[in-house]
Write a protein that binds this ligand. Structure first.
Ligand code: DUC
Ligand code: ZN
Ligand code: ZN
Length: 475
C-alpha cells in the first residue's frame, strides 16, 4: 500500500498557491501531491473543504508562573487541546526564567510540564529575566545550540524588565549565536508613573489598565528596541503590536533596510479599550498588554498585516480564569487594575477570527492567511520546511477547514480550561473541522480522537531571518 492516508478531493492552499489536489501521507510526512494517487490505508474525503498547513501559534503562554496567588488557566494538556480544536498543529510557548534561576533548570522544568501532555507539537522560546554573566556567557549560547533559538525580553513588568544595557547584552548574544530576539515593547517607567497617578486619583477599575498604557508608552519602547537592535545589528521581532504609531516605527525601520519584524494578534483587530469598561469586574476579562485600543488602531493593524509590516499573526494566548480567586477575580485585582492578571485566552479562536474577518471580508487572500498563521511562523522560528507548508517531505501537519461553517464564538464551544472567551458573540464564517499532526488525526470532524502525549517537542534550527545584515559591527 503506497500511502498510509490520502486526503482526497480538497482544495490545498499554501502561502503561495491554491490548487485542487490530493495529499498522500506516509510515515507522518507528505509523500505526494497530485491527482489519482492510488490506494492508501485510509482515504479521507475533503470534498468542498480547504486543506491547509496546520496553524502554528508562535506566541502562547502555558503553565507559566504568575504573581503570587495567581494561576494560569491552561497547562500543556488543556492548552494544546484547545490549540488542536482551533486548527493548530504546533504551538510555541515560553519557558520563563525568574530572577536568580538557571535558564537550563527552567528549560528542564518546562519539559517536565510538557512531557506526555501535548496534543500538538511544541517548541519553547526562552524568556530572559536575569541577564547575568553566566546566563549570557554560558547558558544561553549552549541552549541556542540545543535548538532553543529564540528568546523574549521585556521592557516592562516588575522582575522581568531589562535595562537598556541588559537588552544590548542579550541582543549581542543573539547576534553571536544566531538566535532571534522577541521584544515586549512598553516603557516601564511611564507605566509606573501613570499607574501611581491613577491610583492616587482613585481610578482603579479594570479599564484604567488601558489608560495606564497609552500608545506613546508602546511607541517609545518600540522605537528604543529598534534603535538598540540597530546598534548591535541584530534582527528583532516586535511582538503583540497594537496600534499605528508602533506599526509605523516598524515600517520605517523596514524601509531603512533593518531586519525588524512585527507581530499582531486578534485582540488588536476585533477588541477595543471600550471592552475593558464592563460593569463591576467584567472589564478584567480583556486586560492584556498592550491593551486593545480603538477602531483606528484596528484599521492600522489590518494595514500592517496587508502590507507585510507584520509577518506574524499570533494569539498571545495567556489565559486566566475569570470567576476564580486565582484568576481575574483575585482579591488584590479587585483593589486596582495594577493587580489584575495580564493576559487573555485566544489559541482556539485565532484562525477563525482571521479567516472570517480577513479572508471572508476580502481584506487578505487565503494564501496570505496561510502565511500569517502558519508558514511565516515556521520560517521565522527555524521550523521551515519541516513545518508550515504542504509540500513533499514536510510533516503532515494539516487542518481541514470548512469555509462555509457559520458559528457564533462562545465559551461553550471552547476546549481549554479557561472559563470565558473575550471573543464571545463574534460571528464567524469558516471553521477548522479536523486537525492532523504528523499524519494522525488529533481532532476529527470536531471530535477529539488524539491522545494526550501525541504532540512532540521539536528542537529548532536557527532561523535565516535571524542572521544579521553585516558581518562586522562596531561593538
Ligand atoms: N505579554 C505577553 O506576551 N503576554 C501576556 C502578557 C504580556 O505582557
Ligand atoms: Zn509580552
Ligand atoms: Zn505573550
Amino acid at each position: 500500500m503506497p500511502f498510509d492516508t490520502i486526503i482526497r478531493g480538497g482544495t490545498v492552499a499554501t502561502a503561495a498557491d491554491t490548487f485542487a489536489c490530493d495529499v498522500g501521507i506516509s510515515g507522518g510526512r507528505i509523500a505526494a501531491l497530485g491527482a489519482d494517487l492510488g490506494t492508501a490505508g485510509e482515504i479521507v474525503d475533503a470534498g468542498g473543504k480547504l486543506v491547509l498547513p496546520g496553524g502554528i501559534d508562535s506566541h502562547i503562554h502555558l503553565a507559566q508562573p504568575s504573581a503570587p496567588g495567581i494561576v494560569m488557566a491552561d497547562d500543556f494538556a488543556s492548552g494544546t487541546r484547545a490549540a488542536a480544536f482551533g486548527g493548530n498543529t504546533m504551538v510555541l510557548p515560553f519557558a520563563l526564567q525568574q530572577k536568580g534561576e538557571s535558564l537550563r533548570e527552567v528549560v528542564k522544568q518546562y519539559h517536565a510540564k510538557a512531557e506526555g501532555k501535548c496534543y500538538v507539537d511544541v517548541s519553547f522560546h526562552l524568556i530572559i529575566a536575569d541577564a547575568t554573566d553566566r546566563v549570557l556567557g554560558q547558558e544561553l549560547p549552549a541552549l541556542v545550540n540545543d535548538g532553543y533559538t529564540s528568546f523574549k525580553v521585556f521592557m516592562t513588568y516588575e522582575g522581568l524588565a531589562l535595562s537598556d544595557l541588559e537588552m544590548l547584552n542579550v541582543m549581542s548574544v543573539a547576534r553571536e549565536t544566531g538566535a532571534l530576539v522577541m521584544v515586549h515593547a512598553e516603557n516601564y517607567d511611564a507605566i509606573r508613573f501613570l499607574t501611581d497617578r491613577l491610583e492616587r486619583a482613585g481610578k482603579t477599575a479594570p479599564h484604567f489598565h488601558a489608560t495606564s498604557r497609552p500608545i506613546p508608552v508602546e511607541r517609545e519602547a518600540t522605537h528604543r528596541a529598534i534603535s538598540l537592535a540597530e546598534l548591535v545589528d541584530v534582527p528583532v521581532m516586535i511582538v503583540h503590536v497594537s496600534n499605528r504609531e508602533a506599526m509605523e516605527e516598524i515600517r520605517r525601520a523596514q524601509t531603512r533596510g533593518l531586519k525588524v519584524y512585527g507581530e499582531t494578534c486578534p485582540q488588536y483587530l476585533v477588541l477595543t479599550a471600550k471592552d475593558l469598561e464592563g460593569l463591576n469586574m467584567e472589564g478584567a476579562k480583556y486586560v492584556c498588554s498592550p491593551p486593545p485600543r480603538d477602531q483606528a488602531s484596528q484599521v492600522a493593524c489590518w494595514e500592517g498585516l496587508q502590507q507585510g509590516v507584520f509577518s506574524l499573526f499570533s494569539s498571545d494566548h495567556c489565559p486566566f480564569r475569570y470567576d476564580d480567586p486565582y484568576g481575574k477575580l483575585a482579591p488584590k485585582g479587585r483593589t486596582s487594575f495594577r493587580w489584575v492578571p495580564n493576559g487573555i485566552p485566544g489559541v482556539e479562536t485565532r484562525l477563525p477570527i482571521l479567516y472570517s474577518e480577513g479572508v471572508g471580508k476580502g481584506r487578505i487572500s487565503l494564501n496570505k492567511f496561510v502565511a500569517l498563521t502558519a508558514t511565516n511562523h515556521a520560517r521565522t522560528y527555524g521550523l521551515y520546511p519541516k513545518k508550515g507548508t504542504i509540500a513533499v517531505g514536510s510533516d503532515a501537519d494539516i487542518t481541514i477547514w470548512d469555509p462555509t461553517r457559520e458559528l457564533t464564538i462562545s465559551q461553550s464551544l471552547m476546549h481549554g480550561d479557561c472559563d470565558y472567551t473575550p471573543y464571545e458573540g463574534i460571528r464567524v464564517k469558516g471553521w477548522p473541522i479536523s486537525t492532523m499532526v504528523r499524519g494522525k488525526f488529533v481532532v476529527r470532524d470536531a471530535a477529539l480522537v488524539g491522545k494526550e502525549g501525541v504532540g512532540q517537542y521539536v528542537a529548532r534550527e536557527k532561523s535565516p531571518l535571524a542572521a544579521p545584515r553585516a558581518k562586522e559591527t562596531h561593538c
